[in-house]
Design a protein around this ligand. Structure first.
Ligand code: B30
Ligand code: ZN
Length: 260
C-alpha cells in the first residue's frame, strides 16, 4: 500500500520525491552528526536493555526481505525492551533491519564526523503506552530507534552468524523463520557513548516519531557477512544495495552527546 518509493537518486520515486512528511518535515532523519557540535548532556544515563542477552528457547524470529531491507521481527510474546538513557517511559523492541552500500565507504544513514562505514543496523522499539507499533508509528513519542554503525573489518563476527540464514532470502518478499539469537552481541561493547536527537523514520512516510540513539562505537563484521547483505535483491530483481536515505537538514535541532 502507499505510493511506490525507492532509493534511486533523482529518480521519480527516489528520496527527493518521497511524499508526505518526507518532503515537508523539519525534523527529518538521518542527519550528519558532528561530534564537536553536539551538546554534552551528563544526565543521559546508560541504557537498560531488557532481555537483549537472552535467546528465547524454542523461539523463532521472522526474517524477511521486504524489498527495501532485510528485517528480523520478534514474536509477539518476546519481551525485548529499551529504557533509560534519557528515554521517557519504556519501549518494546519490535524488530531490527539494515541499511547498506554497494561498497565499504557508503551504506549508513547517519554520518558521524564525515566517516562513512559500510552499513547501519536499526533496532526499532515502540512506546509501551501504545498497544502496538502501528498505533505508535506516527506519535511524537512513539518510537525509539537504536542505530549501530557496521564496519567491514576482520574475521566473521559470531553475533551476526544468522546472516547465513538470509542467503535463502535473496528474492523480494521471501521470508523464513530463524532460530532466535541474542541481540546484545550485535551492539557495541561500549554503550555509554551515544548521540541523541529527535527525528523521523528514514523511509516513507517519514513520520517524525523517532527518538534517535546513535552509538559512537562501530561494530565490526567481515567482508563475507557484508556480501551476504549485498546479495539480496529488491523490486524487479534489482540490487538492494544503497538502501540509505541521504542526510537531512538539522533545522536548528540540538544533538546531544552522552560523553565529552
Ligand atoms: S527506520 O529505523 O527509521 N529506518 C519503519 C521503522 C523504522 C524505520 C523505518 C520504517 C516502519 O516500521 N515502517 C513501516 C512498516 N514497514 C517496515 C519498514 O521498515 O519500511 C513495513 C513494510 O514495508 O514492510 Cu517498508
Ligand atoms: Zn532503518
Amino acid at each position: 500500500a502507499g505510493d511506490p518509493w525507492d532509493y534511486i537518486k533523482d529518480g521519480a520515486h527516489g528520496p527527493s520525491n518521497w511524499g508526505g512528511t518526507c518532503g515537508t518535515g523539519k525534523k527529518q532523519s538521518p542527519i550528519n552528526i558532528k561530534g564537536h557540535d553536539a551538546t554534552v548532556d551528563k544526565d543521559l544515563g546508560s541504557f537498560m536493555l531488557k532481555n537483549y542477552d537472552m535467546a528465547p528457547t524454542n523461539g523463532t524470529f521472522t526474517a524477511k526481505n521486504n524489498g527495501h531491507s532485510l528485517v528480523f521481527v520478534f514474536p509477539e510474546n518476546a519481551d525485548y525492551g529499551v529504557s533509560g538513557g534519557g528515554l521517557v517511559g519504556n519501549y518494546k523492541t519490535h524488530s531490527f533491519h539494515f541499511h547498506w552500500g554497494s561498497n565499504n565507504t557508503q551504506g549508513p544513514e547517519h554520518i558521524l564526523d564525515g566517516e562513512k562505514f559500510g552499513a547501519e543496523l536499526h533496532f526499532v522499539s515502540y512506546n509501551t503506552k501504545y498497544s502496538n507499533i502501528s498505533e505508535a508509528i506516527a506519535k511524537a513519542d512513539g518510537l525509539a530507534v537504536l542505530g549501530v554503525f557496521l564496519k567491514v573489518e576482520g574475521d566473521k563476527n559470531e553475533a551476526f552468524s544468522f546472516l547465513e540464514d538470509a542467503k535463502s532470502l535473496i528474492d523480494m518478499s521471501s521470508s523464513s523463520n530463524v532460530t532466535a539469537f541474542k541481540l546484545k552481541p550485535m551492539l557495541p561493547s561500549n554503550k555509554t557513548k551515544y548521540f541523541r536527537y529527535s527525528g523521523s523514520l528514514t523511509t516513507p512516510r517519514c513520520y517524525e516519531s523517532v527518538t534517535w540513539t546513535v552509538f559512537n562505537d562501530a561494530v565490526k563484521i567481515s567482508q563475507y557477512q557484508m556480501d551476504i547483505l549485498r546479495s539480496l535483491k529488491g523490486n524487479n530483481g534489482a540490487s538492494m544495495d544503497n538502501n540509505y536515505r541521504p542526510v537531512q537538514p538539522l533545522n536548528g535541532r540540538v544533538v546531544k552527546a552522552s560523553f565529552q
